[in-house]
Design a protein around this ligand. Sequence first.
Ligand SMILES: *Cc1c(COP(=O)(O)O)cnc(C)c1O
Length: 426
Amino acid sequence: MADHGIGTRCVQAGYTPGNGEPRQIPIVQSTTFKYASGEAMGRLFDLEESGYFYTRLQNPTNDAVAAKIAAMEGGSAAMLTSSGQAASFYSVFNIASCGDHVVSSSSIYGGTYNLFSVTMKRMGIDFTFVSPDCTDAELEAAFRPNTRAVFGETIANPALTVLDIERFARAAHAHGVPLIVDNTFATPINCQPIAWGADIVTHSTTKYMDGHGAAVGGAIVDSGKFDWCAHADKFPGLCTPDESYHGVTYTQRFGLEGAYITKATAQLMRDFGSIQSPQNAFLLNLGLESLHVRMPRHCANGQAVAEFLQAHPRVSWVQYPGLPGDRYYALAQKYLPNGSCGVVSFGVQGGREAAQRFMGRLRLAAIETHVADARTCCLHPASTTHRQMRDDELRAAGVAPDLVRFSCGLEDTADLLEDIAQALEG
Ligand SMILES: *Cc1c(COP(=O)(O)O)cnc(C)c1O
């Protein structure tokens, strides 16, 4: 499948039925699997043979969908998780533990920022946050001898900054650590971070991949290219025997292509158990089958809405990486030449109250704590997710009081523009 186009991979990768088998990926709705002998099952537990024994570790439906996502991102292996949050956590915790340090872009999803700066900090992992626009010297200064990874988002939710993936990958590799990129907003249709030097890619599949607001989920993809053994002192979990798993050394047994995901499955999924249900994996796959058809429409609507807003007298500012003149336009042209995403941020003249009045008048766009699905939705962070903050605190957090996050769905462009126009003019 790797030599096929991205659209063909969206539709067909990960599952090839044999004679007389179901054309659609079967939902293997079973917690467990039957074996003829205890010895046969023992070989699975020792990771000497591959096979299924308990769905918390592996399930055929999930594996097929994970294999599709790996093919879409150009990676060597992938796993599904119960949510994007679980994917972000596992992606870092798989290679960093108490006493270690991670460099992260400060422009990341709020939930990820909290996970890193509060919860993982309580686990003894330190994070240094750098602006995605920092100078090379500032980026360099963020590294420490105990740094184990660099983290960023291709297009940040909701800041809509674009990460210079090559620059961050170069810095990470110069320090012998991998670059992890959350590719949720771009999706592999618009950007494949591995092709630009990223080593690990994560997703909240809840967003465009599922695309219908039907199932919360996450995924982690390994490029299979990062040489853990060349920096074995930094990654003992991958390069020395795992006593909690029968003394297996993941890099030796599974090679660079399989070590990272096998460890995350055998160790983290075993102990934390954030599996995706096979039913949700099936729903996710339905979304993946049309991702390459849907993304261009989301982007076309995003571009049209951004251009319309920019020209409107009642709009004070617009941020969208596809707008010429946007701070991230040049990076978007490089990394996202076919379009960025369907999410547009903008401010309404009149501040907080005007933004709320505008949203209340929208007819097609619903007010939701969600982005990136088929139905257009919007959110006013200052009166919802960030409601406890004063205007000066909001500005410090990078959220303007009048910021409206507008997620363009798949409706007709003309209808969306008409809805926005009547709400602005009302
Ligand atoms: C939503 C989101 C997450 C968290 O994903 P959940 O599926 O909600 O847990 C992580 N990263 C980005 C960029 C997101 O938009």
